[in-house]
Structure formats: C-alpha cells, structure tokens
Design a protein around this ligand. Structure first.
Ligand code: RB5
Length: 147
C-alpha cells in the first residue's frame, strides 16, 4: 500500500499520479488534501509519515508546489527518509543507496509524464544494502542528535 498526499500546490499533480497508480494496479491511500483550497503541507506530511511508521503503508509520495516544504517537514519525523526528486537517476538511486521511503515531487516544477516515470522507478527499485546500509544506519543515528 502506498500513502499519497499533497497540499493545494501539489493537488493537480496528485490527481495525475493517482490515475497512473490505478492504471498500474498499484494500491494507494490518499491522505489529503481533497481540493485545491489552501492548506498546510506539514499536516499532510505528518499524516503520510504516520501511515508509514504505523505500518499501514510501505512507501509514500508527497507533493507540494516545489516539493521542498513537504520534504523538509517529512524529514523531521523519525524513520522517514524523504527524497525530493526531479530526475530519473535521483529517483532510482535514492532507493538503491538511501532506502528512501518517501518520494517528494514539486507539483509546480515538473509535468505529469516525468512525475509518473519517477514514481514508477521509485516504487520498483529495491534498496541495495551492503555498504549503503551502514550509511543509512548513520542517518538513523543522527535522528537523536541535537547539535
Ligand atoms: C504553497 O503555496 C507552497 O508554499 C507549497 O506548496 C510549497 O511549495 C512549499 O514548499
């Protein structure tokens, strides 16, 4: 199960991505927002991260206008590795090397065709492990660092 969420700035792209997921037979749950009315992206990030950390969903997709605010918000939450991507290579390697569990996209910065390709490679690429596991473990250790 994939968790998906956006603010108003990502709403239109989210509709395109949900249609793409349906066409591919990928199950997803939409954690809002549900219209183009203005809302706050940290609330959406929190809902999607909670679905992942609670075990309801394995991975997530978060979209705001630039993808920046919603990725900053998501990365504040323990256990979350949210990667803002706008190119295919990054969307692939953030799975291979970072074991990213959320793909962030900018609804106002990329078109639906590219976005769906990023979603496709993100959802189908497995983490490589090995030396990258050590680095991901070090990222996790930083979650408790205050200075
Ligand atoms: C909302 O206008 C916009 O600030 C938001 O979607 C996002 O781009 C923030 O990073």
């Amino acid at each position: 199960m994939i968790a998906i969420g956006s603010d108003h700035g990502g709403y239109a792209l989210k509709q395109e991505i949900m249609a793409y997921l349906e066409s591919q037979g990928v199950s997803y749950r939409d954690y809002g927002c549900y219209s183009e009315e203005s809302c706050d992206y940290p609330d959406i990030a929190a809902a999607v991260c909670s679905a992942i950390n609670g075990g309801d969903c394995e991975k997530g997709i978060l979209i705001c206008g630039t993808g920046i605010g919603i990725s900053i918000a998501a990365n504040k939450i323990k256990g979350i590795r949210a990667a803002l991507c706008s190119d295919y290579y990054s969307a692939k390697y953030t799975r291979l090397h970072n074991d990213a569990n959320i793909l962030c996209l900018g609804g106002r910065t990329i078109g639906p065709g590219s976005a769906c390709e990023l979603v496709q490679v993100f959802l189908t690429t497995e983490f490589e492990g090995g030396r990258h596991q050590r680095r991901v473990d070090k990222i996790t250790a930083l979650e408790n660092t205050r200075e």
